[in-house]
Design a protein around this ligand. Structure first.
Ligand code: GRF
Length: 209
């Protein structure tokens, strides 16, 4: 599977569910014309979140699809995919988006959906990774950027960044420190993917030729 750099700024659609600090890092990175990408839209699965306010503040189009507004999950996935597709994204970035998207959604954007996870995959999948890492007693955790597949945090790994666990960390402190490293990893890797292209061969993701 190959992704060739687009002949214009790469178009990113970012999906969020919360505070949107990863989104903000992407918005900030895209201000540099040399970054090679632009956030063309931000979608959310709930209204009135800081992530949407960040998008509006940056003058970026937004859309919201709440699961409880749809009769079933397939209809929600279809609506979400249609909104994403309408912005013709080169890549879709799930940046703290707290919902799983369906196989049908992914089929519309093959190998073009990225997610960032606050642990070193395959350790601690799911929504409580920093707490799980702390409870397990690991000394090092971190963040992972991966290409979304049908599993939970199981897709081909694009980038990882380590974070040391301190003896006196609580979950919030640890997650905050992970997020600092996560934002750097995310912006660096997405920029390179767009500018240099990437290949995926048997789970192995390589950026550039
Ligand atoms: C990130 O750590 C992300 O990996 C996790 O939730 C956090 C979202 O943070 N799923 P933010 O909304 O980008 O500030």
């Amino acid at each position: 599977m190959n992704f060739s750099p687009p002949p214009r700024p790469g178009r990113l659609v970012v999906l969020v569910s919360g505070s949107g600090t990863n989104l903000q890092a992407l918005l900030d990175a895209c201000e540099d014309p040399n970054y090679g990408a632009t956030v063309v839209a931000v979608g959310a699965d709930r209204p009135n979140i800081a992530g949407l306010q960040r998008a509006e503040g940056a003058g970026v189009a937004t859309f919201v699809h709440s699961l409880d507004s749809y009769p079933h999950r397939a209809a929600w996935n279809d609506a979400l995919a249609a909104s994403c597709a309408s912005f013709k994204p080169d890549l879709i970035v799930l940046a703290g988006f707290m919902k799983l998207v369906s196989a049908e959604f992914l089929a519309q954007f093959p190998q073009r959906v990225l997610n960032t996870h606050p642990a070193l995959c395959p350790a601690f999948p799911g929504t409580t990774a920093p707490a799980d890492a702390l409870a397990y007693g690991v000394k090092v955790t971190g963040a992972t950027l991966f290409i979304v597949d049908e599993g939970v945090d199981t897709g081909p790994i694009v980038a990882q960044t380590p974070v040391t666990v301190d003896d006196d960390d609580d979950v919030a402190e640890l997650h905050e420190r992970i997020k600092v490293a996560e934002r750097r990893m995310l912006t660096t890797a997405v920029g390179r993917m767009i500018r240099e292209g990437f290949t995926i061969d048997h789970r192995k993701v390589q950026i550039g030729s």
